[in-house]
Write a protein that binds this ligand. Sequence first.
Ligand SMILES: Nc1nc2c(c(=O)[nH]1)N=C([C@H](O)[C@H](O)COP(=O)(O)OP(=O)(O)OP(=O)(O)O)CN2
Length: 376
Amino acid sequence: MTEQLFHIAAVPFEAALRVPVLPAGHRAARLHGHSYRARVRAALPVGWSPGPDGFAGGETDALVAALAEVVAPLDYADLNARLPVPTDENLARFVHAGLRDAGVPGVATVGLRSTEDTGADLAPDGHAHLWHRFRFEAAHQLPQVPAGHPCGRMHGHGFEVILHLDQDLAGGGTGPADMGVDFDAIAALWAPLHAELDHACLNDIPGLENPTSELLCRWLWARLKPAVPALSWVTVYETATAGCHFDGAHYRIWKELRFESALRLEQAPDGDRRRRLHGHSYLLRLHLSAPLDEVLGWTLDYGDVKALFKPVYERLDHHRLDTLTGPVGADPAGLARWIREQAAADLPWLERIDLQQTPGCGAVLCWGELGPALPA
Ligand SMILES: Nc1nc2c(c(=O)[nH]1)N=C([C@H](O)[C@H](O)COP(=O)(O)OP(=O)(O)OP(=O)(O)O)CN2
């Protein structure tokens, strides 16, 4: 598959609202507030900027600036004064229209997150990806791992699950729908599963005798999909840094790593702070796709992914990135390409790299299926 590069940006805002289309008595019909986060994923031409100061490598910051400008009128505002029905879906449309008016090219999705655990991402064709995150605390042990593997011992996790729903909200001539499935309806679907999984030992649950992330995703999919045709992915975070997505056919896992590094962007215009030596706390998410090993119950061991990536990681962490990649490659897109090249031989299952230089802002390099976005 051909390589796709997206720049990503995320900007927070605080706002008050009422959602008048909800049934009488619904708590969100009352005046309330959220700490929102808007995000955008865009395939930008090299050097794109909303102003005259664009340069190769400055695209992520340019996208952040454009998004911040669009979102500014929503910050500390009464959203109903701007939008009669300020659902996440309509706010995402508002941001989408603002980015279009600002001339941001290549916008692929615009996302709006009203809480830590709920949000909507919209594609330009009106397709909505709604997501809701849940948590449960459980014990497990992986009975098939090789002797001595730590996951063979009884241990536990604060698991997180994201249910993703894909809905066509374009309206087919009747005008776009204000909202997709109510997040409360998704929570109601989750409630019986939570009762079964929370404070349990997963190995004792029929069907979860080998409770890897992959098999837990598959188990959840089988339980939910018949009742929820719009379900598009189930995501399980086994730890804060690793997890799996399943769409009924394909398993995709990811492993996150953080590194602390310095850089200088020499190609930035005179006087630009990015010409100075500076640094970031990076978040790197490696996405891999491989068939399920039916005996082990996983695709690839998260621990193996980390170990195989270690030689590349050691060249990134606590180093100066522009001396590693060359000055033009030290921006998020250049770094993601460098990482792809360096990791290809040892991690042939790698198919997407997310690299964030600040929370939610950076680049996504993808040469397989894009898969669902994780909360920014
Ligand atoms: N593909 C899978 N790999 C692994 C699974 C799994 O379900 N699917 N499970 C485990 C273990 O249960 C383990 O607890 C979690 O793995 P890992 O990310 O290696 O754990 P750490 O948090 O200790 O990782 P660090 O990044 O080193 O802190 C193993 N693999």
